[in-house]
Design a binder for this molecule. Sequence first.
Ligand code: NI
Length: 138
Amino acid sequence: MTLYRFGVAVERNLVDEFDRLAKKAGYVNRSEAIRDLMRNFVIEKKSEFEDIPVVGSITIVYDHTKRTPDKLTEYQHGHHDEIIATMHIHLDEDHCLEVIAVRGDARQVRKIADELMSMKGVLHGKLVITASPPCLTE
Ligand code: NI
C-alpha cells in the first residue's frame, strides 16, 4: 500500500512526550504510533456515526446475589445473533466478571452494551469496539 506523507504542526513538548511514551510502548518510530492512533480514531468515529459491522467485547462486573445471572442469561439468549461467546469468572463469594464477545452492526452492539451495563446488579461495565480487517489494513 502506498503511504501518504503529511505535515502537522504540534507543540514541541507534546511531540517530545509522545515520542518518549511511544518508545516505551514499543513503537519503532513515530509514524507507526500515529498510524495506530489514526486507526483507533477511525474505528471509534465510524462506529459512532456510521452503522458499520463491528466486533467487540463487553466486560461487566456484577453482584450474583441479586438475580442478575438469570436476567443476564435470558438477555443473552434473546440476542444470540450478536452475542457469540461469554467467559465467566467468579471473582469472590458475591461477584462475577463476564467478558461477552459481540458481533453486529455498531448501533445494535452499542445498544446491547448499554442494556447490559444498566442492568440491575451490574456494578461496572465497558465496551471495546474494533472492526474487521477492511478498517485496519496496514
Ligand atoms: Ni460467578
